[in-house]
Design a protein around this ligand. Structure first.
Ligand SMILES: [Zn+2]
Length: 347
């Protein structure tokens, strides 16, 4: 990133979150599910699939604004988002894109199509990707995961991505239930695809695209270690919806790697962090001024609490003295809290 600096404040480009779910920003503190989930599928069924069905466009707007605000406050200027809201699909990607634009954060949107809600639900998801991309939105075509889609839906999503000349953004082999995803997707995959997790992908699999590694999420869901260094494709770091503090995610990626191999250097996960600019090259022109002078791998691996002071995106200051300039951060937090109350009441 930047050369070691003698000044008090290090400077880097804008950081990129390679896989996010902005719809989940309201989830923290949500009511506990009726039973404690004891595996990954139960976590999906009892937490995330209950949450996403309850979302409406107003909740999404404030969830996305809160997520974008917190990204900016962590030095992240670009988010690659994967969205699902089965009862409010149409227009959802524009709500997210507009929310991020208002805050001043770049976003690459995708609607995660799935047959979990029948063929109609899958069709509406494809339509939303098509509508958003046709209207000039910055995006990819989302697939939730191979194990929740019929083959026809996967085929249609790939065709749609080709039509718009964008990649597919898809969860791959996150848990055992999706262990067959590699076989389903590998031979179809292309360099512009974004494959997320890859925990249960076999070693040496011939797959194309970029792999998003989400160390905190994987540990939180107890799905196992993806060992991303074993793959031949470029690796990026994502948060899978738990904020967008990419320095923290880098530190987690480092200690997880180090737990497996004590000789590992932070240069490896630092490269994964820098690979985010392959997904959103413009973020490399963003300028982030930090509270710490030396923004290099070995310093960041062991320095917690480093915060951005100022951020410039496309020549405009979007963060000044640690506070967002285009929006009122306190108002976003208050409105998001109101929407969280509405959301929790529906659960
Ligand atoms: Zn995800």
């Amino acid at each position: 990133m930047s050369e070691p600096s003698l000044s008090a404040h290090g400077i880097t480009p804008g950081l990129v979150c390679g896989h996010h779910h902005l719809y989940s920003a309201l989830a923290r503190g949500m009511p506990a599910p009726p039973q404690t989930p004891s595996n990954f599928i139960q976590i999906l069924e009892q937490v995330w699939w209950r949450l996403d069905t309850a979302l409406d466009l107003e909740m999404m707007e404030w969830s996305a604004k809160l997520g974008a605000l917190e990204a900016l406050e962590s030095g992240c200027t670009a988010i690659v988002d994967h969205h699902e809201s089965p009862n409010a699909i149409e227009g959802s990607l524009s709500v997210i894109a507009d929310a991020c634009a208002e805050v001043g954060v770049r976003v690459v949107c995708a609607y995660g199509v799935t047959d979990r809600h029948g063929a109609d639900g899958a069709w509406l998801g494809l339509e939303e990707n098509d509508r958003f991309l046709s209207e000039g939105g910055r995006g990819m075509v989302g697939i939730h995961a191979a194990f929740t889609c019929e083959q026809d839906t996967i085929d249609a999503a790939i065709e749609l991505a080709d039509k718009h000349d964008v990649g597919v953004h898809v969860h791959v082999a996150e848990g055992f239930a999706d262990a067959g995803a590699g076989a389903t997707l590998a031979r179809r995959s292309r360099d512009n695809w974004l494959l997320v997790h890859g925990v249960n992908l076999p070693d040496g699999i011939d797959i194309s695209g970029t792999l998003a590694h989400n160390p905190r999420s994987n540990m939180n869901n107890s799905v196992g270690y993806a060992s991303p260094a074993r793959f031949d494709v470029p690796i990026v770091l994502g948060t899978d919806g738990i904020g967008a503090n990419m320095l923290e995610e880098f530190r987690l990626a480092f200690v997880k790697l180090r737990e497996e191999d004590v000789t590992a250097s932070p240069d490896t996960p630092w490269r994964w962090l820098e690979n985010g600019w392959r997904l959103v090259p413009e973020a490399k022109d963003d300028v982030v001024t930090w509270t710490y002078p030396d923004m290099s791998a070995w310093h960041m691996a062991y320095t917690t609490g480093v915060r951005p002071i100022d951020i410039i995106v496309e020549g405009k200051k979007v963060l000044e003295d640690g506070a967002a300039t285009k929006v009122d951060g306190d108002e976003i937090r208050a409105k998001a809290a109101e929407q969280a109350v509405r959301l929790f009441a529906k659960l």
